[in-house]
Design a protein around this ligand. Sequence first.
Ligand SMILES: [Zn+2]
Length: 262
Amino acid sequence: MKLVMAVMGLLLALRAGAAPLLDLPQYPQIDQHALERYAYLTIEKREAQARAAGELGCVRYCEMLERAYTRVTRAAREQGEAAHAIGWRLVVTTTRGEAAMSLPGGYVVISEDLIASLRLTEAEVAFIIAHEVAHVLLQHEAECLDYLQATLLPHGVRRTVRDLYAEMDYDAGALLRMESVMQSGEMEADYAGLLLGAQAGYAPAQMLGALKKIDAGGKQRAGIVRTHPAMLQRLQRLERLLPTAERVLTVAGGTRKIKNLQ
Ligand SMILES: [Zn+2]
């Protein structure tokens, strides 16, 4: 449903020849301030750990990360007023085995180890950043918590963000119930990420290389709950969206920008 709305929004945007491309949702049942506070504390903790281990900050890929992040967040800010208000912050680590993640409020974490081990190109890094940025824009964390709240018994009792996270930590059943919401969030972040990346000037077909390399490198996390859909399914969906993303790139004048990068 949301995807259909996003496509409609995209077609309108293309017709008008301007952004925004995405239809940003709202989850009024979830305390956004508390959610962002929780994210802030989580990121502070992660930064402190990385700092103590001497793994905080970029070393090898500073320029590439800076450029991809700047371009993608610029495209993100074009997605309307709510998106413009987000204070984006990129945290780079060199931690082995760490990949990429994002948190509500505009935090994006990426490890140079991911870039080095998969030999990612700038377009591929841009896609990974854009995927994470899309999670923030589309408020997937709030969506999950909103869904969780609706499934908890007794119904109709409003839980705090802290209570909902506690539920996720201790109730494996709750996590399993959220599996399909998390997986559809991943598909949506792929889709929106591809469009954002195209608007930022990156060639869609090149961006898809990131998922192919993650798949080949066996980097998909395995766990009790499958938070991510199968990679083949993700790639097939995105390949169908390539013509649309190509149009976004053309409208954004991206072809010229990519040439400037080389
Ligand atoms: Zn994701």
